[in-house]
Design a protein around this ligand. Structure first.
Ligand code: KG4
Ligand code: ZN
Length: 357
């Protein structure tokens, strides 16, 4: 096996060298880190030729969250048809793509392994370079698709179900961590707050919709103080909200769900946007980007626009469909990794707690 791997690797390095010389590659990307099986065909990191997302949300909603074993099994069923659909929508055969990219972390180990094993198999069988992609870098890269002129450096607020980071994107694939959450991720806090309001999983988007009918100042929530200048903490806000709702229920009061949703969203959005803009201003950034599932939150998008305008910062953000999990963003990130000659070997493994920085 060692010898075969070595030969394949040498051939892949030669393929990659040719692609780097042309600065051109059409990449088939695969994403299976959580509860979406996705595949996309992306040219040169910017042009999406097809993007297919098979969501498992209805399957997990009855349990109130993602069940890892069910997610893995569903990925096994979906990955092949999803990849075939992405190729067919791009009018391409597997043989015609230049390289295969796959998310190898962070995420659920069993879910990641499905994409990794599938990508390794087709890359080996079809003699294609294999590009390993960090899921969080994928979220950042969704901005390259939405804004073809965007180039590093910029400051990016990444807010997803598992991560809340402020990073400086120094160059493609090079990041400096400016701040991060000390406890819950923003998406996780949205989902837990939504749950206490009896909204089904994932509650973030539903809480966003409900909050449009409520008063954001109806329910005063504690002001969170945290020592790290650009760090976040959402768990105190979440607990305060849950305690308030439980107390109202115990007293037999009506729950003003829209007001509660609006107040919670307002508190989270203020914290996310204040610190992201502060970090951008204090590090001399000219452009700020949003990334991750929570970047599709209407309140966050509006607050970031208003604060960036006030500080003469350019704000870029992907459309909501590129904020939540998809494979197009993985194909974009993969292009810049490929251009640096960063390839995986056939021993690529899933890294559930892979870090961006
Ligand atoms: O990035 P993502 O699709 O998956 C992860 O990598 O985690 O993010 C999913 C998270 C979930 O917690 C979901 O509730 C949240 O993003 N989310 C939202 C909205 N849309 C998705 N949270 C608040 N408002 C939204 N509109
Ligand atoms: Zn994600």
């Amino acid at each position: 096996m060692g010898e075969i791997t070595g030969t394949w690797r040498t051939r892949m390095e030669a393929h990659a060298k040719a692609l780097i010389a042309q600065q051109h590659a059409v990449i088939l990307a695969i994403e299976s880190s959580c509860d979406e099986t996705a595949a996309a065909v992306v040219a040169d990191g910017r042009e999406v030729r097809s993007s297919v997302i098979a969501s498992q949300i209805p399957l997990h909603a009855m349990y109130g969250g993602v069940v890892p074993e069910i997610a893995s099994r569903k990925h096994v069923e979906s990955v092949d048809p999803v990849v075939k659909e992405a190729l067919s929508k791009a009018n391409m055969t597997l043989g015609q793509v230049d390289a295969v990219a796959v998310t190898y972390g962070p995420g659920l180990v069993g879910a990641l392994l499905v994409g990794v094993a599938y990508a390794k198999a087709i890359a080996y069988a079809e003699d294609k370079p294999l590009i390993p992609v960090n899921h969080i870098e994928g979220h950042v890269s969704a901005n390259y698709i939405a804004h073809p002129d965007l180039k590093p450096p910029f400051v990016c607020l990444i807010a997803s179900g598992g991560h809340s980071h402020i990073v400086r994107v120094n160059d493609y694939g090079s990041y400096t961590l400016l701040g991060q959450t000390m406890d819950d991720a923003a998406g996780e806090a949205f989902d837990k707050a939504a749950r206490v309001l009896n909204l089904p999983y994932p509650g973030g988007p539903l809480l966003d919709r409900l909050s449009k009918e409520g008063n954001p100042l109806a329910l005063p929530l504690p002001h969170v103080k945290i020592s790290g200048r650009y760090d976040y903490s959402f768990s105190g806000l979440k607990t305060a909200l849950i305690n308030r709702v439980h107390a109202m229920r115990q007293r037999g009061e009506d729950i003003p769900a829209a007001d509660i949703a609006a107040s919670f969203q307002h508190a989270v959005v203020e914290m996310l946007s204040d610190k992201a803009v502060l970090a951008a201003v204090e590090t001399g950034a000219k452009t700020v980007a949003l990334a991750g599932g929570v970047a599709s939150n209407s309140g966050l998008r509006a607050a970031m626009q208003e604060k960036c305008d006030r500080h003469h910062l350019k704000l870029v953000m992907p459309p909501p469909i590129l904020c939540t999990d998809n494979a197009a963003m993985i194909g974009s990130a993969a292009f810049y990794r490929l251009m640096k000659g960063e390839l995986a070997d056939l021993d690529l493994n899933a890294c559930p707690s892979l870090r961006l920085v």
